[in-house]
Design a protein. Structure first.
Lengths: 519, 263
């Protein structure tokens, strides 16, 4: 099959109005906010050396914080702020998605605007500003009629730099729940769908180029006093914003939002749920690539309506419980705890996706390692790889304590890559997932946990508080409960990790549904 | 000239910079009569430019008073004052992003004059400084020669019909021919419009040829003032030195150039 006739292009194109629209909205808002704050600040600071130094210093420090970290920082900050504002003023706002993304990106855009506005204004020939004074201009007239027009090229260059940075960095707002062109990139990376990754990159690059050129047009228009150029530039940007708003407004009606975390299985299950809702005549969209703790808060505050979590994850991470309970008891306990937050635990899907220590079967046999107890004595010479969160989760601390595990080296990697890494001997052991199809594919073995240090991780469907009594939703999801066994899920995950047209989450979800009901 | 009332009067004016370390203008008293053309001559650092900038409150004095038409300028709004006084800057000081018409019409625009009136005034002023209106109106400063730019600078200074024009080495950067022509043209305008002009220059020859009266400054102090004739009787050695140069040049030129020749 040629690259261009790959149906994934078509699928990618289908997401474009949503992803691009959100991307433009968050970028333009952030840029406008960044400008609105930094431009006046630059004007105030230009003749105040101390303030100027402090401002530029702070902005430079912000710039050194990696974009993803900056975005991630704003989420808990706003979460705390939201609870304070709810308590004191009865005002609630969502700390999820748009707001943290806009704030972080606006902050990111400040340095180039500040720096260029200040240096641009300082670069104006003092003889010219004296002439402005001499012909009888007030300081304000001198600023608006002489200094700003002369500094314009430098200021506009700063704005253009900021625009390109913001549009690029906005692709990183996906994990905090803001849909963007980054959705292509994150989803593509998770499911090894390189068509998506490429599509996302190219789309973001084209958007950045277009906005940059429109701003350049406005700049030359202002410089040459050509109203037509300015108008075309402004109309272009307005049209871009309008074009991305229209489809969003058209489909804004109470559609259900299905959340998904950052790994393949979650993408498949979210697609499956969305398909079920659509089959029941409900409109549904998915919001993928959400961080593990972000997604629960998002459900609680109603930013998403439904998602699949795992009992052990909630137990240890969300509710900070220790002590391992049997599967059934854990579910019952969770049900009551979640009910206190008005979250509905609709039921189990039927399989468990537990963390497990995994190593090549052959090597395990050679070393006579069958359980984690056996592994403990070898761990000192071995390296282990895990996903981005395992080593900071309480389960890992528990596991280390119970078995006295101490590895020579711990590494973090993209979940889809770690199976290949352990199979090739790059690392000795991985903290994998029991439902992962790659375990069988690479001839790996799951080590027993005789001391039950790892809690059960039944996949459970959670509903947002506002959907608690939504009968249509419940009815649409009922056919999934208890129907997906571990073998089926492993096969689905294996399919989704392939890199062809049949491996997109949507396609795999369709396969999964057929498998459940037509066998 | 002391019998006519002074239009501009400096009385014991001082100004220092850098927290008092540099005395740019040191107790200067000087009067300029209405209709007079005064040249202030001095080397760099003599304080002549500072004195000029004090007259339209681009800077304020540390001591002494400056009055214009009897009014203490320290008491009046500096913005309004500057709009009433024409100012010609050293190398034109034209706004590079504005057309010639925009530059010339700037002060009327600041004063809120209606647009058609400004346009008509700009055309008149271009005629006055002998620039072709149709050819120059819409061009930008960088498209003009140095002499043309300075003519625009003069037109801009005259735009709001000032009684007083201050000129800061206006012709210093021009080639000798242009400089001569421009000087003569300006002197004619001064007479025709009944202006009161204060011109800064470091060139005594220029001052002698254009001005009614000359003030000589050195190290912030006013050394001498008077008509060329009065000045030539000064016993100050520096004034004598300044006058010596044009004298010697005139004698040598007389010897070199046969009278009535092609030059």
């Amino acid at each position: 099959m040629s690259l261009l006739s790959d149906p994934r292009w078509h699928e990618a194109l289908g997401h474009l109005p949503d992803y691009l629209g959100n991307h433009v909205r968050v970028s333009v808002t952030a840029l406008a906010l960044g400008l609105a704050v930094s431009f006046p600040l630059a004007l105030i600071a230009r003749n105040r050396p101390v303030m100027r130094g402090v401002l530029l210093g702070l902005a430079s420090i912000v710039q050194t914080v990696p974009g993803l970290a900056l975005l991630a920082l704003f989420y808990p900050l706003l979460l705390a702020l939201a609870s304070v504002s709810l308590q004191w003023f009865g005002l609630n706002f969502s700390a999820f998605g748009f707001l943290p993304a806009v704030l972080a990106l606006a902050l990111y855009s400040m340095l180039p605007v500040l720096r260029n506005t200040i240096t641009g204004l300082q670069g104006v020939d003092p003889a010219i500003t004296e002439a402005a004074q001499g012909v009888g201009m007030t300081p304000r007239q001198s600023l608006t009629m002489v200094e700003l027009p002369l500094a314009l090229p430098v200021i506009m260059a700063g704005i253009r730099t900021a625009a390109v940075w913001v549009i690029g960095t906005a692709t990183l707002s996906t994990p905090i729940g803001q849909t963007s062109l980054g959705n292509y990139i994150f989803a593509g990376l998770q499911t090894q769908n390189w068509v998506f990754v490429l599509f996302g990159c190219v789309a973001a690059a084209i958007l950045a180029l277009v906005v940059d050129q429109l701003l350049a047009l406005i700049e030359t228009g202002l410089r040459l006093r050509s109203r037509i150029r300015v108008a075309v530039g402004i109309i272009g940007i307005a049209a871009l914003v309008a074009a991305t708003l229209v489809p969003a407004l058209a489909r804004a009606k109470s559609s259900y939002i299905v959340g998904a975390k950052t790994f393949t299985e979650q993408y498949v299950l979210a697609a499956l749920i969305a398909q079920r809702l659509q089959a029941a005549g409900l409109s549904a969209t998915t919001r993928e690539g959400l961080g593990s703790s972000v997604i629960f808060d998002a459900l609680e505050s109603g930013d998403i309506d439904v998602y699949v979590d795992y009992s052990g994850t909630l137990w240890t991470n969300q509710f900070h419980r220790t002590g391992i309970k049997p599967r059934k008891e854990l579910i019952d306990d969770l049900k009551t705890t979640l009910a206190q937050q008005n979250i509905t635990l609709l039921g189990e899907l039927g399989f468990e996706n537990a963390y497990a220590l995994v190593m090549p079967k052959q090597r395990a046999d050679e070393l006579n390692i069958h359980s984690i107890t056996d592994l403990a004595s070898h761990a000192g010479t071995m390296s282990i790889a895990g996903d981005y969160e395992i080593f900071s989760r309480p389960e890992w601390a528990g596991l280390q304590k119970v078995y006295g595990l101490k590895f020579r080296q711990q590494r973090q990697m993209q979940p889809d890559f770690m199976y290949a890494a352990v199979a090739s001997g790059e690392v000795d052991v991985i903290a994998g997932y029991t439902s992962d199809g790659l375990i069988a594919k690479y001839g790996l073995t799951v080590l027993d946990d005789p001391k039950h240090a790892i809690p059960p991780y039944d996949a459970i469907v959670l509903l947002a508080p506002r959907r608690a009594n939504d009968e249509k939703l419940r009815a649409a999801l009922q056919p999934l409960l208890g129907k997906i066994n571990i073998a089926t899920m492993r096969e689905a995950n294996l399919r989704a990790s392939g890199n062809d047209a049949q491996s997109s989450p949507t396609a795999v979800a369709r396969w999964l549904w057929d498998k459940i009901w037509k066998k | 000239m002391s019998d006519t009332p002074a239009l501009i009067a400096f009385a014991h004016v001082s100004k220092s910079f850098d927290g008092g370390r540099v005395k740019a203008v040191d107790d200067v008293s000087l009067e300029v009569a209405e209709g007079e053309f005064l040249a202030i001559v001095g080397g760099s650092g003599s304080g002549k430019t500072t004195l000029l900038r004090l007259a339209n409150r681009l800077i304020d004095p540390d001591g002494g008073t400056i009055t214009i038409a009897g009014e203490d300028i320290g008491e009046i709004d500096p913005i309004g004052l500057r709009r009433r006084i024409g100012y010609v800057f050293q190398s034109g000081g034209l706004f590079p992003h504005m057309s010639i018409a925009g530059n010339v019409g700037i002060t009327p625009r600041l004063l809120g004059t209606p647009k058609p009136e400004i346009a008509a005034r700009v055309d008149d002023l271009l005629d006055l400084v002998q620039l072709d209106r149709a050819q120059h109106r819409d061009r930008f400063p960088h498209e003009l020669s140095g002499g043309q730019r300075q003519r625009v600078g003069v037109a801009r200074a005259l735009a709001a019909n000032p009684r007083i024009v201050l000129m800061d080495e206006p012709f210093g950067a021009l080639d000798p021919l242009t400089r001569d022509a421009l000087g003569d043209d300006y002197r004619a305008l001064h007479d025709k419009l009944g202006l009161t002009t204060v011109m800064i220059t470091h060139d005594m020859t220029e001052a002698l040829l254009l001005a009614d009266r000359i003030a000589v400054m050195r190290a912030g102090r006013l050394l001498a003032q008077g008509t060329p004739h009065e000045l030539s009787r000064s016993d100050d050695p520096y004034v004598g030195e300044l006058l010596g140069t044009p004298r010697r040049q005139a004698e040598r030129l007389q010897a070199v150039l046969p009278p009535g020749g092609a030059a």
